[in-house]
Design a protein around this ligand. Structure first.
Ligand SMILES: C[S@@+](CC[C@H](N)C(=O)[O-])C[C@H]1O[C@@H](n2cnc3c(N)ncnc32)[C@H](O)[C@@H]1O
Length: 249
């Protein structure tokens, strides 16, 4: 059982802060750079990769992108995606995020993301956290957020699957398999797979063999990508596009 209660704020190698679980010695982000890690994994290799590939296949970007994040935490991935949304005209971002243990108001005040985001985008981060749970809210002109307070284990049942569908990109950002192996299971990945569209991707920081095996067992095609500073590899999993697959058979 993870001790989520004893937490402290620490500064990572790029100067951005993160939260550390004291008893587990587990951080919400890489100690080699929280901001750098989020940008490398979730924005560049998740979001931008998906949009570039969609444009390559369809000749244009989609009108709407549905993103599901597993573990809102500090909101860093979420606010970076919201900022990214400002670069795209005619593309609506629908961001859904799951969290069981929300960060506290004191922790939010102690994080230093305003130094990197600037005042305006820090206001967006504040709005991300003040938005009520379970309600769809506009954060920026093309960015809508729905925060769901729940246990990721619910992905094994039907309740979340009934509420969430057509996901294009999953940011899988649970605590590591070292301390929460049960969240990196075939059953959880099958739950996510069923919520995703054909050709959708799941991006995560773990490249552990058992994680890749569980992803494959759930039906994903799995690829290793270069990791951020201090981490050799990360994992990209794709839900095969059945339409394209049948075309090539
Ligand atoms: C690695 S941190 C996420 C970092 C986050 N994406 C960010 O940018 O700060 C893992 C997150 O998963 C959440 N979490 C852990 N176990 C969970 C569970 N069983 N259900 C839902 N969320 C969980 C934690 O509270 C934490 O916020």
């Amino acid at each position: 059982m993870v001790n989520i209660l004893k937490r402290e704020i620490v500064i990572t190698a790029d100067g951005s802060s993160t939260i550390r679980l004291c008893e587990e010695d587990e951080c919400y982000h890489s100690v080699n750079g929280a901001l750098a890690e989020s940008l490398h994994i979730f924005i560049n290799n998740g979001l931008k990769r998906f949009l570039a590939e969609r444009e390559l296949i369809n000749g244009s970007k989609p009108e709407c992108i549905n993103i599901l994040e597993v573990g809102l935490g500090t909101g860093l991935n979420c606010v970076l995606t919201a900022i990214e949304s400002l670069k795209y005209n005619n593309l609506h971002f629908n961001y859904i995020t799951l969290e069981k243990y929300p960060v506290t108001a004191d922790e939010l005040k102690s994080l230093n993301y305003e130094n990197f985001l600037g005042r305006d985008y820090n206001l967006a981060l504040e709005k991300i956290h003040s938005t009520p749970w379970g309600i769809e809210e506009d954060i920026l002109p093309n960015f809508t957020l729905t925060k769901i307070m729940c246990d990721i284990k619910e992905l094994e049942g039907d309740s979340l699957k009934e509420r969430i569908s057509n996901i294009d990109v999953v940011f899988f950002d649970a605590f590591s398999p070292n301390i929460q192996p049960e969240l990196w299971s075939r059953e959880i990945f099958e739950g996510l797979f069923s919520m995703m569209s054909g050709g959708a991707i799941l991006i995560t920081y773990s490249s552990r063999g058992s994680v890749k095996s569980s992803l494959r067992e759930a039906g994903f095609t799995v690829k290793r990508l270069k990791g951020p500073s201090g981490k050799r590899h990360i994992t990209l999993a794709t839900r095969p596009d059945t339409f394209l697959a049948s075309f090539y058979l």
